[in-house]
Design a protein. Structure first.
Length: 393
């Protein structure tokens, strides 16, 4: 899949050059100065009003620290995810910028490989529900309950939110190691659909909460990119909507009340054991569970602070209650891979079919050759696996 300069329109080339420039954090005036041309020339090229000459593309690729092949490859996917975040926020720090670029690169790589292999990603996004004037909490609760019904969850807990996102909704979800301050990112683009990046350094329960929060943005503010930080206060209507939506999606009031009565079974005191069992059942953190019970009036306000002041609820105590169920986290293991498992499978198949070379895949996935070969070996890319069956034509 090599360069096809003549197959791209001036508008397509201009758009790719514009995005490459923004990714390189350069202004049009700076580019013009480095090229020795007028700024209007750069503007004209990026708008597609003038076709960039091949030698100009070569110079711009060098200036933007990318390759001509990456700019002109016909199978390449152009998304605007990273610039979306920069336009949405007045100031994006280095950690957020890095995470936004990572989300954009992973989404582009996945879609490009899908296109090469003829894979059609199924999107099944729920209807968008713009946030209306009035009681934002009531709307968030109603919208979350409607989504639970739409997903067929009923009163059951959300055991695997990533599977729901990927397989039922068609959201592109990546679990990667990010700066501890960043919980997750969400963006929507017409070319690639909804994309989400979660922090693998956070516990599974925290990632569940983050994913549910980002689903709230998918429902209520789909076309606004979002960066969720761990210490975010959330005073805006949009953030309050997403926070209430997440709590209702993961711990719906009726289900919590029912399970609370079942677990306590007439007990006179609310103990750490009750907290551990309820939190595990609903897949949320112990603090989130206690605060939800307080919110619903099932226990006294300040109960979490009481536990905290009296030794807290430790992982050792949770393990004693849950046994082998404690600490299982398959997604964190996957996050230790050089790339996501789905991307690895797509890349391996593209390489096996000679659709992309080792070098092209290395650049696409941001892996060195050694990592890439190890990836192929781990997935038995030689095609010699004895348990493989022939698919019907």
């Amino acid at each position: 899949m090599t360069m096809h300069y003549d197959q791209l329109s001036p508008q397509e080339i201009g758009e790719r050059l514009r995005m490459a420039r923004e990714a390189a954090k350069l202004k049009q005036a700076e580019v013009a100065e480095k090229l020795g041309v007028a700024r209007t020339t750069v503007v004209s090229i990026e708008k597609g009003e003038r076709r960039a000459r091949f030698d100009e593309v070569r110079r711009l690729a060098r200036l933007y620290d990318t390759s001509i092949n990456a700019l002109l490859r016909t199978g390449a996917v152009v998304t605007d995810l990273a610039p979306q975040f920069r336009r949405q926020y007045d100031r994006v720090d280095a950690a957020a910028e890095k995470a936004a670029n990572l989300l954009s690169e992973l989404a582009q790589a996945e879609v490009e490989l899908e296109n090469l292999l003829g894979v059609r990603r199924t999107f099944n996004l729920p209807p968008e529900r713009p946030i209306l004037p009035g009681d934002v909490r009531a709307q968030a609760e109603q919208d979350a309950l409607e989504l639970r019904h739409w997903l067929g969850l009923g009163a059951n807990p959300v055991k695997d939110i990533i599977t729901i996102l990927e397989l039922q909704l068609g959201v592109r979800v990546y679990v990667r190691k990010l700066d501890a301050r960043i919980a997750g990112l969400f963006a929507y683009d017409e070319a690639v659909g909804a994309c989400m990046l979660l922090n693998a350094n956070h516990p599974r329960e925290r990632r569940m909460q983050t994913a549910a929060h980002e689903i709230g943005h998918l429902i209520g503010t789909r076309r606004r990119p979002e960066i969720l930080e761990t210490r975010e206060v959330g005073n805006s209507r949009e953030e309050r909507y997403a926070n209430v939506f997440a709590r209702t999606l993961l711990t719906p009031a009726s289900a919590v009340k029912l399970k609370f009565q079942e677990i306590l079974a007439g007990a006179e005191r609310f103990t750490r054991r009750h907290v551990v069992v309820l939190a595990h059942f609903f897949g949320v953190s112990r603090e989130a569970m206690v605060r939800r019970l307080e919110e619903l009036g099932l226990i006294r306000q300040g109960t979490w602070e009481w536990f905290d002041a009296n030794g807290g609820i430790s992982d050792a105590q949770a393990k004693e209650v849950l046994g082998d169920l404690f600490g299982q986290d398959a997604a964190r293991d996957d996050a230790g891979r050089p790339t996501t498992l789905r991307l690895a499978l797509l890349a391996t198949e593209a390489w096996r079919q000679d659709l992309m070379s080792e070098g092209q895949l290395s650049r696409l996935l941001h892996l060195d050759r050694v990592e890439l070969r190890e990836l192929f070996d781990s997935l038995q890319a030689e095609g010699s696996e004895p348990d493989g069956a022939i698919l019907p034509q």
